[in-house]
Design a protein. Structure first.
Ligand SMILES: [Zn+2]
Length: 458
């Protein structure tokens, strides 16, 4: 195996030692036992490949001899969580142990049932790591090994289950940058399709298949035409032929998703229904992101098989949300972002769709998923280094004791990620006053941390 330059893949930077290559194969091949020293070797290789901001090197595997036909791995690093390998399907499949790839070894002691007693120590909810896993395996129905792509859904924090299709939707939204909003983008025109198209074009599922060939955004496209296109493609072995339809629906009612167009309502009717993410199970808070699987039934008829819906803030800013309470919080936060900008502080808002890591020295990391995070830097005028600050915002919506208890258990973990500010949202006459207090608290905290002198109270 060798490390090649990403910008000049013909240039070999160095060859991996035999120990390093074996460590990578044990770490990333399904069913292999990882040795204690492997982790350090793999982390060092990943660090060479990804400097924390950009990918510098790719790892080329020598299991295929043909020059130019060698499979490659790249390194990825998300907002949170460690660097990891990602298969680059466009360069072909491995003939070595990496043919059955896993991003990280399975944790030894997976606790999925009850993490109530140990807040933050659950098996974290993570994005779908490999674009090939967007497709169902052929003969689905048999239990899938590993669980990370299993159709039973993944358990993050208790009470926050996410079915597999939901996990794919969240991965797409996060990777195409819908879960992050810089203050400058607040008044930008919504250009989500361009963003999604550009993203999909860069994702390969095989040397012959890119995500842009299966992911489409126009619900009025005839199903027969879409499936005829899918049938004509060179398809990965062991995967079922299907397409993914992603759009923002105006309304969901009685099991159908509706997109209003100048030609009238376009109706998407998934055969197996629409599942919802978050606390909004009745689907009465439009608009919605909707991700549908389009395939053929047993008789060969094209159909929409199933769909997953997630509430979005608005058509203009389709930040995904968990509940109508979060919409109230988000509206306030957008206001704060505009306001502190006048004082020279530029805030970026994050909607964590997956668990965020809280590192501990000498102990396993803890995991939490705050409702929102705000990041910003100290202003130059403050005279201190341009430090990055983080506020963690939790919406306390409703009075369900079980829900409030769950929230309170994770507070301590969230406080380690940033300064925690809660916003209580309820359906009563006191909301306006609570909103005003919340606005002033967040704005004052941001100005203070950023080093902006406050002559008068906010
Ligand atoms: Zn290989």
């Amino acid at each position: 195996m060798e490390l090649v330059e990403r910008d000049h893949p013909g240039t070999v930077r160095r060859h991996l030692s035999a120990e390093e290559a074996a460590a990578v194969r044990r770490f990333c091949a399904d069913g292999q036992q990882v040795r204690p020293e492997d982790v350090r070797l793999v982390e060092a290789v990943l660090e060479e490949m990804h400097d924390g901001r950009h990918v510098r090197l790719w790892l080329e595997c020598d299991c295929v001899r043909a020059p130019g036909g060698r499979p490659r791995l790249t390194a990825r690093m998300r907002e949170d969580g460690p660097r990891h390998f990602v298969r680059m399907h466009q360069y072909g499949e491995h003939h070595c142990a990496l043919a059955s790839f896993r991003q990280t070894p399975e944790p030894e002691d997976v606790e999925t049932d009850d993490d109530r007693a140990r807040p933050g120590q659950h098996n974290p909810l993570r994005p779908v790591g490999d674009a090939l896993d967007y497709l169902d395996n052929l003969h689905e129905g048999a239990a899938r090994p590993g669980g990370s792509t299993g159709s039973e859904g993944d358990v993050g924090e208790r009470g926050r289950r996410l079915p597999r299709l939901g996990r794919i939707l969240h991965t797409l939204l996060e990777d195409a940058d819908f879960a992050r909003l810089h203050v400058e983008a607040l008044n930008e025109k919504f250009r989500s399709w361009e963003r999604l198209e550009a993203f999909a074009a860069g994702q390969a599922l095989s040397p012959q298949l890119s995500l842009s060939q299966i992911l489409y955004f126009k619900p009025w496209t005839p199903l027969n035409r879409k499936m005829a296109e899918i049938d004509a493609l060179v398809w990965p072995e062991r995967k079922a032929r299907s397409a993914l339809l992603l759009f923002v629906a105006d309304e969901i009612r009685a099991g159908v998703a509706i997109k209003k167009t100048s030609m009238g309502d376009c109706v998407v009717r998934p055969e197996k229904g629409i599942r919802a993410g978050g606390r909004d199970q009745r689907l009465t808070q439009p608009p919605y992101w909707v991700l549908s699987v389009v395939d053929r039934d047993r008789d060969g008829n094209a159909r929409v098989r199933e769909a997953f819906a997630q509430c979005a803030y608005s058509f203009a800013q389709p930040v995904p949300m968990e509940s109508r309470y979060e919409r109230v919080t988000l509206k306030m936060l957008f206001g704060v972002m505009e306001w502190v900008r006048k004082h020279g502080v530029e805030v970026t808002l994050w909607k964590p769709l997956f668990d965020r890591e809280v590192r501990q020295t000498d102990k396993p990391s803890l995991w939490c998923r705050p409702d929102f995070e705000l990041t910003f830097r100290s202003t130059a005028a403050s005279g201190v280094a341009l430090r990055l600050h983080r506020l963690v915002i939790e919406t306390m919506g409703g009075d369900d004791p079980d829900y409030l208890e769950r929230k309170s258990r994770t507070q301590e973990i969230m406080q380690r990620r940033g300064i925690l500010i809660e916003h209580r949202v309820a359906d009563d006459a006191g909301q306006k006053e609570r909103d005003d207090v919340f606005f002033r608290r967040v704005a004052a905290k941001i100005l203070h941390l950023a080093g902006v002198p406050q002559a008068r109270p906010v």
